[in-house]
Design a protein around this ligand. Structure first.
Ligand SMILES: *[C@@H]1O[C@H](CO)[C@@H](O)[C@H](O)[C@H]1NC(C)=O
Ligand SMILES: *[C@@H]1O[C@H](CO)[C@@H](O)[C@H](O)[C@H]1NC(C)=O
Ligand SMILES: *[C@@H]1O[C@H](CO)[C@@H](O)[C@H](O)[C@H]1NC(C)=O
Ligand SMILES: *[C@@H]1O[C@H](CO)[C@@H](O)[C@H](O)[C@H]1NC(C)=O
Ligand SMILES: *[C@@H]1O[C@H](CO)[C@@H](O)[C@H](O)[C@H]1NC(C)=O
Ligand SMILES: *[C@@H]1O[C@H](CO)[C@@H](O)[C@H](O)[C@H]1NC(C)=O
Ligand SMILES: *[C@@H]1O[C@H](CO)[C@@H](O)[C@H](O)[C@H]1NC(C)=O
Ligand SMILES: *[C@@H]1O[C@H](CO)[C@@H](O)[C@H](O)[C@H]1NC(C)=O
Length: 261
Protein backbone atom coordinates (compact mmCIF):
# COMPACT_ATOMS: atom_id res chain seq x y z
CA UNK A 1 0.00 0.00 0.00
CA UNK A 2 1.52 3.32 -1.02
CA UNK A 3 1.00 6.59 0.77
CA UNK A 4 -1.81 7.71 -1.53
CA UNK A 5 -3.74 4.50 -1.02
CA UNK A 6 -3.25 4.85 2.68
CA UNK A 7 -4.55 8.42 2.68
CA UNK A 8 -7.56 7.42 0.59
CA UNK A 9 -8.28 4.61 3.02
CA UNK A 10 -8.08 6.99 5.95
CA UNK A 11 -10.40 9.50 4.33
CA UNK A 12 -12.80 6.74 3.29
CA UNK A 13 -12.95 5.45 6.80
CA UNK A 14 -13.61 8.98 7.96
CA UNK A 15 -16.25 9.53 5.33
CA UNK A 16 -18.13 6.36 6.04
CA UNK A 17 -17.86 6.84 9.77
CA UNK A 18 -19.41 10.28 9.39
CA UNK A 19 -21.89 9.07 6.79
CA UNK A 20 -23.24 6.26 8.88
CA UNK A 21 -23.99 8.61 11.74
CA UNK A 22 -25.47 11.50 9.82
CA UNK A 23 -27.64 9.39 7.54
CA UNK A 24 -29.38 7.78 10.52
CA UNK A 25 -32.15 10.35 10.97
CA UNK A 26 -32.68 10.82 7.22
CA UNK A 27 -36.22 11.08 6.04
CA UNK A 28 -35.66 9.23 2.78
CA UNK A 29 -39.23 9.78 1.67
CA UNK A 30 -38.93 13.54 1.47
CA UNK A 31 -35.27 13.62 0.48
CA UNK A 32 -35.14 10.86 -2.10
CA UNK A 33 -33.54 12.24 -5.23
CA UNK A 34 -34.15 9.37 -7.61
CA UNK A 35 -36.48 10.34 -10.40
CA UNK A 36 -39.18 8.09 -11.75
CA UNK A 37 -38.40 6.95 -15.29
CA UNK A 38 -40.78 4.29 -16.54
CA UNK A 39 -39.87 3.98 -20.23
CA UNK A 40 -37.46 1.09 -19.73
CA UNK A 41 -34.00 1.56 -21.25
CA UNK A 42 -35.10 4.78 -22.93
CA UNK A 43 -32.40 7.41 -23.39
CA UNK A 44 -32.79 11.18 -23.67
CA UNK A 45 -31.16 14.53 -22.98
CA UNK A 46 -31.47 15.88 -19.45
CA UNK A 47 -30.34 18.84 -17.35
CA UNK A 48 -29.05 19.21 -13.83
CA UNK A 49 -28.51 22.39 -11.81
CA UNK A 50 -24.96 22.45 -10.53
CA UNK A 51 -24.46 24.74 -7.56
CA UNK A 52 -20.72 25.19 -6.97
CA UNK A 53 -19.67 25.68 -3.37
CA UNK A 54 -16.69 27.79 -4.39
CA UNK A 55 -16.11 30.37 -7.07
CA UNK A 56 -15.33 28.54 -10.30
CA UNK A 57 -15.25 29.01 -14.08
CA UNK A 58 -17.27 27.72 -17.02
CA UNK A 59 -14.19 25.82 -18.24
CA UNK A 60 -13.95 23.99 -14.94
CA UNK A 61 -17.62 23.03 -15.01
CA UNK A 62 -17.22 21.89 -18.63
CA UNK A 63 -14.37 19.64 -17.58
CA UNK A 64 -16.11 18.36 -14.44
CA UNK A 65 -19.16 17.24 -16.41
CA UNK A 66 -17.11 16.14 -19.46
CA UNK A 67 -18.93 18.34 -21.93
CA UNK A 68 -17.46 18.15 -25.41
CA UNK A 69 -17.73 21.85 -26.06
CA UNK A 70 -18.39 25.02 -24.13
CA UNK A 71 -21.26 25.97 -26.44
CA UNK A 72 -23.54 23.30 -24.99
CA UNK A 73 -23.05 24.90 -21.57
CA UNK A 74 -23.52 28.45 -22.90
CA UNK A 75 -26.64 27.46 -24.84
CA UNK A 76 -28.60 25.84 -22.02
CA UNK A 77 -27.76 28.73 -19.68
CA UNK A 78 -28.51 31.40 -22.28
CA UNK A 79 -25.09 32.95 -21.94
CA UNK A 80 -24.00 34.93 -25.02
CA UNK A 81 -21.92 32.80 -27.46
CA UNK A 82 -19.01 35.16 -26.90
CA UNK A 83 -18.76 34.27 -23.19
CA UNK A 84 -15.15 33.27 -22.47
CA UNK A 85 -14.36 29.93 -20.89
CA UNK A 86 -12.72 31.64 -17.92
CA UNK A 87 -15.99 33.44 -17.15
CA UNK A 88 -16.41 33.38 -13.38
CA UNK A 89 -19.28 31.50 -11.77
CA UNK A 90 -19.85 32.59 -8.21
CA UNK A 91 -20.44 30.15 -5.36
CA UNK A 92 -24.14 29.24 -5.12
CA UNK A 93 -24.90 30.43 -8.67
CA UNK A 94 -26.82 27.63 -10.41
CA UNK A 95 -25.46 26.51 -13.76
CA UNK A 96 -27.46 24.05 -15.83
CA UNK A 97 -25.44 21.17 -17.22
CA UNK A 98 -26.61 18.85 -19.99
CA UNK A 99 -26.05 15.10 -19.75
CA UNK A 100 -27.37 11.89 -21.30
CA UNK A 101 -30.05 10.06 -19.31
CA UNK A 102 -31.07 6.39 -19.33
CA UNK A 103 -34.07 4.79 -17.61
CA UNK A 104 -33.39 1.50 -15.84
CA UNK A 105 -35.82 -0.34 -13.59
CA UNK A 106 -38.10 2.62 -13.10
CA UNK A 107 -35.36 5.14 -12.27
CA UNK A 108 -33.44 7.55 -14.48
CA UNK A 109 -29.72 8.11 -14.06
CA UNK A 110 -26.99 9.78 -16.08
CA UNK A 111 -25.67 7.36 -18.71
CA UNK A 112 -21.87 6.84 -18.49
CA UNK A 113 -21.05 10.54 -18.09
CA UNK A 114 -20.24 12.30 -15.91
CA UNK A 115 -17.60 10.09 -14.43
CA UNK A 116 -14.64 10.83 -12.21
CA UNK A 117 -11.13 9.47 -12.36
CA UNK A 118 -9.27 9.59 -9.06
CA UNK A 119 -6.33 11.98 -9.26
CA UNK A 120 -3.60 12.72 -6.73
CA UNK A 121 -5.01 14.68 -3.84
CA UNK A 122 -8.56 13.43 -4.35
CA UNK A 123 -10.30 11.88 -1.43
CA UNK A 124 -13.80 10.47 -1.35
CA UNK A 125 -14.69 13.06 1.21
CA UNK A 126 -13.43 15.95 -0.92
CA UNK A 127 -14.93 14.78 -4.21
CA UNK A 128 -18.27 13.99 -2.65
CA UNK A 129 -18.61 17.03 -0.47
CA UNK A 130 -16.97 19.77 -2.47
CA UNK A 131 -16.44 18.78 -6.07
CA UNK A 132 -19.99 17.63 -6.80
CA UNK A 133 -21.51 19.54 -3.89
CA UNK A 134 -23.19 16.46 -2.49
CA UNK A 135 -23.42 17.51 1.09
CA UNK A 136 -24.76 15.65 4.03
CA UNK A 137 -25.41 18.57 6.32
CA UNK A 138 -24.83 18.56 10.05
CA UNK A 139 -28.49 18.09 10.80
CA UNK A 140 -28.60 14.99 8.65
CA UNK A 141 -30.41 16.30 5.58
CA UNK A 142 -29.01 15.44 2.18
CA UNK A 143 -28.14 18.51 0.21
CA UNK A 144 -27.07 18.78 -3.37
CA UNK A 145 -27.18 16.95 -6.65
CA UNK A 146 -25.51 13.71 -5.68
CA UNK A 147 -24.24 12.24 -2.44
CA UNK A 148 -21.54 9.73 -1.66
CA UNK A 149 -24.05 7.09 -0.78
CA UNK A 150 -25.57 7.44 -4.25
CA UNK A 151 -22.16 7.35 -5.93
CA UNK A 152 -21.23 4.18 -4.03
CA UNK A 153 -24.58 2.57 -4.90
CA UNK A 154 -24.11 3.36 -8.60
CA UNK A 155 -20.66 1.74 -8.66
CA UNK A 156 -21.22 -1.68 -7.08
CA UNK A 157 -18.05 -3.18 -8.55
CA UNK A 158 -15.83 -0.43 -7.18
CA UNK A 159 -13.81 -1.44 -4.14
CA UNK A 160 -14.33 1.74 -2.21
CA UNK A 161 -11.84 0.65 0.43
CA UNK A 162 -9.05 0.28 -2.11
CA UNK A 163 -9.24 3.24 -4.45
CA UNK A 164 -6.14 4.08 -6.40
CA UNK A 165 -5.20 6.94 -8.67
CA UNK A 166 -6.71 6.22 -12.06
CA UNK A 167 -9.78 4.41 -10.72
CA UNK A 168 -12.85 5.62 -12.53
CA UNK A 169 -16.39 5.71 -11.26
CA UNK A 170 -19.66 7.11 -12.53
CA UNK A 171 -21.41 10.04 -10.97
CA UNK A 172 -25.13 9.22 -10.98
CA UNK A 173 -27.24 12.30 -11.65
CA UNK A 174 -31.01 11.96 -11.31
CA UNK A 175 -33.02 12.32 -14.53
CA UNK A 176 -36.02 11.05 -16.45
CA UNK A 177 -37.17 10.52 -20.03
CA UNK A 178 -40.88 10.21 -19.24
CA UNK A 179 -43.53 12.34 -20.90
CA UNK A 180 -45.41 14.65 -18.55
CA UNK A 181 -49.10 15.32 -19.15
CA UNK A 182 -48.79 13.75 -22.59
CA UNK A 183 -45.96 16.11 -23.61
CA UNK A 184 -42.32 15.42 -24.36
CA UNK A 185 -40.32 17.53 -21.91
CA UNK A 186 -36.76 18.01 -20.74
CA UNK A 187 -36.37 16.90 -17.12
CA UNK A 188 -34.29 19.30 -15.05
CA UNK A 189 -32.83 18.20 -11.69
CA UNK A 190 -33.12 21.33 -9.57
CA UNK A 191 -31.53 21.78 -6.16
CA UNK A 192 -33.94 23.74 -3.96
CA UNK A 193 -32.33 26.96 -2.75
CA UNK A 194 -32.69 28.01 0.90
CA UNK A 195 -36.03 29.75 1.43
CA UNK A 196 -37.54 28.88 -1.95
CA UNK A 197 -40.94 27.26 -2.27
CA UNK A 198 -42.51 24.92 -4.78
CA UNK A 199 -44.82 27.72 -5.97
CA UNK A 200 -41.88 30.02 -6.67
CA UNK A 201 -40.00 27.31 -8.51
CA UNK A 202 -43.10 26.39 -10.53
CA UNK A 203 -43.54 30.03 -11.57
CA UNK A 204 -39.86 30.44 -12.38
CA UNK A 205 -39.78 27.42 -14.67
CA UNK A 206 -43.25 27.93 -16.14
CA UNK A 207 -44.93 24.88 -14.77
CA UNK A 208 -47.54 24.34 -12.04
CA UNK A 209 -46.93 23.32 -8.47
CA UNK A 210 -49.45 20.48 -8.76
CA UNK A 211 -47.44 19.17 -11.74
CA UNK A 212 -44.31 19.27 -9.56
CA UNK A 213 -45.98 17.54 -6.63
CA UNK A 214 -47.26 14.79 -8.92
CA UNK A 215 -44.02 14.27 -10.90
CA UNK A 216 -42.00 14.20 -7.66
CA UNK A 217 -44.58 12.29 -5.62
CA UNK A 218 -44.53 15.05 -3.01
CA UNK A 219 -47.20 14.52 -0.41
CA UNK A 220 -46.43 17.54 1.74
CA UNK A 221 -45.04 20.57 -0.16
CA UNK A 222 -44.33 22.40 3.11
CA UNK A 223 -41.75 19.75 3.99
CA UNK A 224 -39.52 20.58 1.00
CA UNK A 225 -36.03 21.34 2.28
CA UNK A 226 -33.15 23.38 1.00
CA UNK A 227 -30.78 21.11 -0.88
CA UNK A 228 -33.53 18.70 -1.90
CA UNK A 229 -33.42 17.80 -5.58
CA UNK A 230 -36.67 18.01 -7.51
CA UNK A 231 -37.61 16.97 -11.03
CA UNK A 232 -38.82 19.96 -13.06
CA UNK A 233 -40.29 19.21 -16.47
CA UNK A 234 -39.26 21.99 -18.87
CA UNK A 235 -40.95 22.64 -22.19
CA UNK A 236 -38.69 21.67 -25.07
CA UNK A 237 -40.03 18.60 -26.91
CA UNK A 238 -37.35 16.44 -25.29
CA UNK A 239 -34.51 18.53 -26.73
CA UNK A 240 -32.38 20.71 -24.50
CA UNK A 241 -31.71 23.22 -27.27
CA UNK A 242 -35.47 23.77 -27.58
CA UNK A 243 -35.98 24.67 -23.92
CA UNK A 244 -37.35 28.21 -24.08
CA UNK A 245 -35.36 31.03 -22.60
CA UNK A 246 -38.33 32.06 -20.45
CA UNK A 247 -37.77 28.93 -18.39
CA UNK A 248 -34.39 30.34 -17.51
CA UNK A 249 -35.09 34.05 -17.29
CA UNK A 250 -33.18 34.15 -14.06
CA UNK A 251 -29.93 33.86 -16.00
CA UNK A 252 -30.66 36.57 -18.56
CA UNK A 253 -29.46 39.22 -16.18
CA UNK A 254 -26.06 37.58 -15.99
CA UNK A 255 -23.63 39.13 -18.38
CA UNK A 256 -19.99 38.19 -18.63
CA UNK A 257 -18.11 40.61 -16.44
CA UNK A 258 -14.44 40.22 -17.04
CA UNK A 259 -12.58 41.51 -14.07
CA UNK A 260 -9.89 43.99 -14.90
CA UNK A 261 -6.53 42.90 -13.54
C1 LIG B 1 -30.49 -1.06 -23.39
O1 LIG B 1 -30.14 -0.50 -24.65
C2 LIG B 1 -28.79 -0.68 -25.02
C3 LIG B 1 -28.57 0.03 -26.33
O2 LIG B 1 -28.90 1.37 -26.20
C4 LIG B 1 -28.49 -2.17 -25.12
O3 LIG B 1 -27.12 -2.36 -25.43
C5 LIG B 1 -28.79 -2.84 -23.79
O4 LIG B 1 -28.61 -4.23 -23.90
C6 LIG B 1 -30.23 -2.56 -23.37
N1 LIG B 1 -30.43 -3.07 -22.03
C7 LIG B 1 -31.56 -3.66 -21.66
C8 LIG B 1 -31.61 -4.13 -20.25
O5 LIG B 1 -32.50 -3.81 -22.41
C1 LIG C 1 -13.33 26.34 -1.24
O1 LIG C 1 -13.00 27.51 -0.56
C2 LIG C 1 -12.57 27.30 0.77
C3 LIG C 1 -12.34 28.63 1.43
O2 LIG C 1 -12.78 29.68 0.65
C4 LIG C 1 -11.30 26.47 0.76
O3 LIG C 1 -10.90 26.21 2.08
C5 LIG C 1 -11.58 25.15 0.07
O4 LIG C 1 -10.38 24.40 -0.04
C6 LIG C 1 -12.14 25.39 -1.31
N1 LIG C 1 -12.54 24.11 -1.85
C7 LIG C 1 -12.15 23.69 -3.05
C8 LIG C 1 -12.63 22.34 -3.47
O5 LIG C 1 -11.46 24.36 -3.79
C1 LIG D 1 -24.09 29.42 -0.20
O1 LIG D 1 -25.29 28.95 0.38
C2 LIG D 1 -25.13 28.33 1.65
C3 LIG D 1 -26.45 27.79 2.08
O2 LIG D 1 -27.43 28.74 1.99
C4 LIG D 1 -24.56 29.36 2.63
O3 LIG D 1 -24.36 28.74 3.88
C5 LIG D 1 -23.24 29.90 2.09
O4 LIG D 1 -22.77 30.91 2.93
C6 LIG D 1 -23.41 30.45 0.69
N1 LIG D 1 -22.12 30.80 0.16
C7 LIG D 1 -21.91 31.94 -0.50
C8 LIG D 1 -20.51 32.19 -0.94
O5 LIG D 1 -22.81 32.73 -0.72
C1 LIG E 1 -33.08 -4.30 -12.97
O1 LIG E 1 -33.97 -5.30 -12.51
C2 LIG E 1 -33.60 -6.62 -12.92
C3 LIG E 1 -34.69 -7.57 -12.50
O2 LIG E 1 -35.20 -7.24 -11.24
C4 LIG E 1 -32.25 -6.96 -12.30
O3 LIG E 1 -31.85 -8.24 -12.70
C5 LIG E 1 -31.22 -5.95 -12.76
O4 LIG E 1 -29.98 -6.18 -12.13
C6 LIG E 1 -31.68 -4.54 -12.45
N1 LIG E 1 -30.74 -3.61 -13.07
C7 LIG E 1 -30.19 -2.61 -12.42
C8 LIG E 1 -29.23 -1.77 -13.17
O5 LIG E 1 -30.46 -2.36 -11.25
C1 LIG F 1 -5.93 -2.77 -4.30
O1 LIG F 1 -5.96 -2.58 -5.70
C2 LIG F 1 -4.73 -2.87 -6.35
C3 LIG F 1 -4.87 -2.58 -7.85
O2 LIG F 1 -5.90 -1.73 -8.12
C4 LIG F 1 -4.37 -4.33 -6.15
O3 LIG F 1 -3.12 -4.58 -6.74
C5 LIG F 1 -4.31 -4.62 -4.66
O4 LIG F 1 -4.08 -6.00 -4.47
C6 LIG F 1 -5.60 -4.21 -3.98
N1 LIG F 1 -5.45 -4.38 -2.53
C7 LIG F 1 -6.37 -4.97 -1.79
C8 LIG F 1 -6.08 -5.03 -0.31
O5 LIG F 1 -7.39 -5.44 -2.27
C1 LIG G 1 -45.31 8.07 -3.36
O1 LIG G 1 -45.28 8.36 -1.98
C2 LIG G 1 -46.06 7.47 -1.20
C3 LIG G 1 -46.08 7.94 0.26
O2 LIG G 1 -45.15 8.92 0.52
C4 LIG G 1 -45.51 6.07 -1.33
O3 LIG G 1 -46.29 5.17 -0.57
C5 LIG G 1 -45.53 5.66 -2.80
O4 LIG G 1 -44.93 4.40 -2.95
C6 LIG G 1 -44.79 6.68 -3.64
N1 LIG G 1 -44.97 6.35 -5.04
C7 LIG G 1 -43.96 6.31 -5.89
C8 LIG G 1 -44.31 5.98 -7.29
O5 LIG G 1 -42.80 6.54 -5.56
C1 LIG H 1 -31.28 21.14 7.92
O1 LIG H 1 -30.47 22.14 7.35
C2 LIG H 1 -30.94 22.61 6.09
C3 LIG H 1 -29.96 23.62 5.58
O2 LIG H 1 -28.66 23.23 5.85
C4 LIG H 1 -32.31 23.24 6.29
O3 LIG H 1 -32.80 23.68 5.05
C5 LIG H 1 -33.25 22.23 6.88
O4 LIG H 1 -34.50 22.85 7.15
C6 LIG H 1 -32.70 21.65 8.16
N1 LIG H 1 -33.57 20.56 8.58
C7 LIG H 1 -33.97 20.43 9.83
C8 LIG H 1 -34.84 19.25 10.11
O5 LIG H 1 -33.62 21.22 10.70
C1 LIG I 1 -9.91 35.47 -19.30
O1 LIG I 1 -8.94 35.24 -20.32
C2 LIG I 1 -8.62 36.40 -21.06
C3 LIG I 1 -7.66 36.03 -22.19
O2 LIG I 1 -7.52 34.67 -22.31
C4 LIG I 1 -7.98 37.44 -20.13
O3 LIG I 1 -7.70 38.61 -20.87
C5 LIG I 1 -8.96 37.76 -19.02
O4 LIG I 1 -8.36 38.62 -18.09
C6 LIG I 1 -9.39 36.49 -18.31
N1 LIG I 1 -10.44 36.82 -17.35
C7 LIG I 1 -10.48 36.32 -16.13
C8 LIG I 1 -11.67 36.69 -15.29
O5 LIG I 1 -9.61 35.59 -15.68
Amino acid sequence: MDVTQFLLLISLTFFFAVGSITTQPLDTDSLSSSFKCLANNATCEALAGYVPLNTTTLAHIQSLFQLKDLNSLLGVNFFPPSTPENYTIEANQTVKVPFPCRCINGTGLSDKVPSRTIVAGDTFYKVGNYVFSGLVTRNGSISGLVTWQQIAAANPTLDIYNLTIGHKFRIPLPCSCDEVEGQKVVHYAHVMAPGSTLEQVAAEFETRSDTLTRVNNITNPSRIQAGQVIDIPLKGHGKINEVPNSASHKYEVLQPCIKSP
